[in-house]
Design a protein around this ligand. Structure first.
Ligand code: SAH
Length: 214
């Protein structure tokens, strides 16, 4: 795969579109302008990689809209060296945006095919995020606590294990609901206290409770 001047130009336009839509964090906008989104898509869709759209990535899943990726990334207020857990690696696009923001990223995917494919793609692109094949409802206790946790599939409820694995002061951004989801930001104020803010409707593929296949 090559990253041509044309791709770079289209990406710059996409980053500008995202800024116009209300994303203010310049680091997030720069990350969108930097990561070649067409590397994550099948050749059939690569032509359209810089449109603000979701696309199929196989196994019945989709790569998130760039605006949604930017929106969730902005809510996390990532600082260099933050430990971030992502639930739903999917194409790996969101993972690389988190890496570009300076986070140490741990990401879980429940579909083996996607996990295998994305592992190769990220390696080729020289990203060092740690990818896991497993169930996002359980998080990854081994590397906890996290500065923030991002869920990139529609969750029917807030998984208790994820709240547990958050640092005090840490943030969980999670779209909650069936069909369409309400973007929700949870801040862990103390070991037992949490505050919640909501940010309107989004559309995600569902967070599934059982592995489709092993
Ligand atoms: N962040 C991804 C979004 C992919 S869509 C990207 O940028 O491309 C959401 C992903 O969540 C899908 O790949 C889906 O397989 C995965 N997923 C769904 N339920 C999950 C679960 N319980 N644990 C981990 N991943 C899950």
């Amino acid at each position: 795969m090559t990253d041509s001047y044309r791709h770079k130009g289209l990406r710059k336009q996409l980053a500008e579109e995202i800024a116009r839509k209300g994303i203010k964090d310049t680091r997030v906008i720069e990350a969108i302008a930097k990561v070649p989104r067409h590397f994550f898509l099948d050749t059939a869709f690569a032509e359209h990689a810089y449109e603000n759209k979701a696309f199929p990535i196989g196994s019945g899943q989709t790569i998130s809209h760039p605006y949604t990726v930017a929106f969730q990334s902005e809510l996390l207020e990532i600082e260099k060296g933050h430990k971030v857990l992502e639930i739903g690696t999917g194409s790996g696009y969101q993972t690389t945006i988190l890496c570009e923001l300076g986070a140490k990223v741990f990401s879980i995917e429940r579909q083996k095919e996607l996990f295998d494919r994305t592992k190769l793609i990220l390696k080729k692109m020289n990203y060092t995020a740690k990818l896991y094949y497993g169930d996002g409802y359980k998080g990854i206790p081994t590397w906890a606590p996290y500065d923030s946790i991002i869920v990139t599939c529609g969750a029917p409820f807030i998984p208790e294990d994820l709240l547990e694995q958050l640092k005090v002061g840490g943030k969980l951004v999670i779209p909650i609901g069936d069909g369409k989801q309400i973007m929700t930001l949870i801040t862990k104020e103390s070991k037992i206290e949490f505050t919640k803010k909501t940010f309107g409707d989004f559309m995600f593929v569902p967070m599934l409770e059982k592995k489709a296949r092993d």
